[in-house]
Design a protein. Structure first.
Length: 173
C-alpha cells in the first residue's frame, strides 16, 4: 500500500518519528539522573532542551503522518486515528511538562514524562499494527516470496533466501 507522503517510495513519517522518541527518552533519563544523585544542574537543562526538541520533532513528524492518514482505506483509518490521538496527547503532555518545569524539575514533571513515555509505547504498538498487520506502506518486491512470522511453534525461515523466488534461491547455494 503506497502512502502519499513518501520519498522514493519510502514513507517520511517513520523516517522522522525516531527523533522525538529518542529525545523524549533521553529527557526522561536526564531527569532521573538529576533526581537520583547528579548534583549538576546541567542534567535538568539538557532534559528541558531535549523535551522541547522532541515536541518540535513530533510536530514535524505529524505532518506526513496526517497526509498519510487522509489517504488510508476505511479499515485502517480507525487504528491511524487512535495512533494520532495518542500522539497528540503525548505532545500535549510534554508541552504541559515544559510549563510545569518553569521553577525546576519536580516529581510531577517526571511523572508527566513517565506517563507520556508509556503512551508512546501504546502509540508505537498501533503504528506497528498498521504496518505489520494492516500492511500500510508495505509493498512486495517483484518476484519475492513473502514469509510471515508464524510464532515460535511454527516459525519459518526469515533469512534472505526465504524472500527470494525458488530460481534465485538456487543461485545462492
Amino acid at each position: 500500500m503506497h502512502t502519499p507522503a513518501s520519498i522514493a517510495k519510502h514513507p517520511i513519517h517513520p523516517m522522522i518519528v525516531p527523533i522525538p522518541i529518542g529525545l523524549w527518552l533521553f529527557s526522561l533519563i536526564c531527569d532521573l539522573v538529576h533526581r537520583f544523585g547528579a548534583t549538576s544542574p546541567n542534567w535538568e537543562v539538557v532534559a528541558w532542551y531535549t523535551m522541547i526538541g522532541g515536541i518540535v520533532g513530533a510536530l514535524i513528524a505529524a505532518v506526513p503522518g496526517l497526509i498519510d492518514l487522509l489517504s488510508l482505506p476505511r479499515n485502517v483509518k480507525r487504528t491511524a486515528i487512535a495512533h494520532m490521538a495518542i500522539n497528540l496527547t503525548i505532545v500535549a503532555l510534554f508541552i504541559l511538562n515544559a510549563f510545569v518545569r518553569r521553577n525546576g524539575v519536580n516529581d510531577g514533571a517526571i511523572l508527566l514524562s513517565v506517563i507520556a513515555i508509556a503512551l508512546l509505547l501504546v502509540s508505537g504498538w498501533l503504528g506497528g499494527k498498521m504496518v505489520y498487520e494492516q500492511g500500510v506502506a508495505v509493498t512486495g518486491a517483484p518476484g519475492a516470496e513473502r514469509v510471515a512470522y508464524q510464532g515460535p511453534e511454527r516459525r519459518r525461515s526469515t533469512s534472505r533466501a526465504a524472500y527470494l523466488g525458488p530460481e534465485r534461491r538456487m543461485a545462492m547455494h
